[in-house]
Design a protein around this ligand. Structure first.
Ligand SMILES: [Mn+2]
Length: 178
């Protein structure tokens, strides 16, 4: 899982999902940024479940690094490599799990926000939950943050960051002469 994801479920349910004989399982996220839905990258690689026995047996780390070196340079890094290798070249090694395992806080194609996500992904240009965020999404981060030992440190860093932003805004508005 990416570090910008919050798990809102019992991860064992995902771990127990049937991958069949696939090497990796991914979620085709609802609300995925349209920029990443291209021929090169159809699924998002924020959450990838890997059958590590098969991965190691087939020496896939080395194979994919070598494969990636020969791909045209793109902005999507591992996502492009994984899409090309599994979705385009080896689709029988790819399985899909419930799309709610990778939910973006932006509108889905039908214009609805998904609020029953199992894993939320505050990816790329999506509204960040520690800034303004999106109602129905941002509280998942805060609920999780409160459970961590670094919650107070998090709040303190955030308040310093926000204070700097506010001061910058005031200066740029000309309300404060420095
Ligand atoms: Mn991410």
């Amino acid at each position: 899982m990416d570090s910008d994801m919050i798990c809102n479920c019992d991860i064992f349910d995902l771990y127990s999902a049937d991958m069949g004989s696939a090497t990796i399982a991914v979620a085709k996220p609802c609300g995925q940024e349209s920029a990443v839905i291209t021929d090169a990258a159809d699924f998002n690689s924020g959450m990838v479940m890997i059958n590590m026995d098969v991965w190691r047996e087939n020496n896939l780390s080395d194979k994919l690094l070598e494969f990636g070196r020969n791909l045209p340079k793109g902005k999507l890094c591992d996502q492009q490599i994984l899409n090309q290798w599994f979705r385009i070249r080896n689709p029988n090694q790819l399985a899909y799990v419930d799309s709610r395992y990778n939910v973006f806080p932006v509108n889905c194609t039908n214009g609805e926000l998904v609020t029953d996500g199992l894993i939320y992904h505050y990816s790329g240009s999506c509204p960040k939950p520690w800034l303004d965020g999106v109602d129905g999404y941002k509280q998942h981060l805060w609920d999780a943050a409160k459970e961590t030992p670094f919650y107070e440190q998090f709040i303190l860093s955030l308040s310093k960051f926000r204070m700097a932003e506010v001061v910058e805004e005031i200066i740029s508005d000309g309300k404060l002469q420095v």
